[in-house]
Design a protein around this ligand. Structure first.
Ligand code: HEC
Length: 94
């Protein structure tokens, strides 16, 4: 366990990261892979909706909870949608 703690301290963190922010992005990435990736693609720019990376939280929440057009409704919590958005805005821009 001590070894794991030391390893965790040595992992490089992005300079702009706040404590906990990397965890939120990782949770968001897992949710995205599970629920969104197959339609919106690895860069979140594919499919009918186009680029969804920079949309505000209200737009994302609305889409996820209502399932517009051919998109299915995905019953995620507010916290999950917040993590999802942190991941979306973290995806590298072209
Ligand atoms: C089965 C395919 C599918 C899945 C799975 C899916 N989407 Fe979509 N999504 C779409 C389609 C198609 C649209 C365009 C809907 C329309 O307006 O006709 C869309 C639209 C959106 C929009 C609205 C874009 C806008 O400009 O208003 C957002 C945001 C979005 N999706 C996010 C997500 C997120 C987040 C997930 C995962 C929780 C997800 N989608 C899962 C197919 C999908």
């Amino acid at each position: 366990m001590v070894v794991l703690r030391i390893l965790a301290l040595l992992l490089p963190l992005p300079l702009h990261a706040q404590p906990g922010a990397a965890d939120a992005v990782a949770r968001g990435e897992a949710l995205y892979a599970l629920h969104c990736l197959r339609c919106h693609g690895p860069t979140a720019t594919e499919g009918l909706s186009g680029d969804i990376r920079a949309l505000d939280i209200a737009t994302i929440t609305g889409a996820v909870r209502s399932g517009p057009g051919m998109m299915p409704l995905v019953p995620l919590t507010d916290a999950e949608i917040a993590d999802l958005r942190r991941y979306l805005v973290s995806i590298d821009r072209p």
